[in-house]
Write a protein that binds this ligand. Sequence first.
Ligand SMILES: [Cu+2]
Length: 178
Amino acid sequence: MPSISTFLRGALAAAALVLTPNAASAETFAAGDIVVEAPWTRATPGGARVAGGYMRISNNGAEPDRLLGGTTTVAPRFEVHSMEMVDGVARMAEVAGGLVIPPGETVELAPGGYHIMMMGLTAPVTEASEVAGTLVFERAGEIAVTYAVAPIGSREAPGGGHDHHHGHGQGHGHGHNH
Ligand SMILES: [Cu+2]
């Protein structure tokens, strides 16, 4: 008959196996009612001064919040931008007053639309770069995030999408609320 400690070791090993896929992807960051999923940026060509950043931001609270700004390890300036086509030309502009995240909704920052802009890059971003920083929200406060880095010119997050199910059991260890 196995001792209780053998049993516990087995249970802990099983728990570790279940948690490993989450820990390895490490792509959800949260504070208060705000959840930030899958932040990513892309490698920049030599001489580039700016890099965009993308993510999904969900507000699980009952009040609107706003993304006001932030910091990154790769550039001294951080702005929240919109992008729209004006007479066939893509125009970026800083979002005045911060990007509103309505209660119960998810706002997608993606190429061609809202994004964060890291301005005045101190070195090129490469796929080996560690890009980290903070996002500052009006209500939720500061959230520390790390960005996955996609290849130069990439239009989507590294890994090509966001629904990875490798056959691990449903309902274990995931923090998703939608
Ligand atoms: Cu921009």
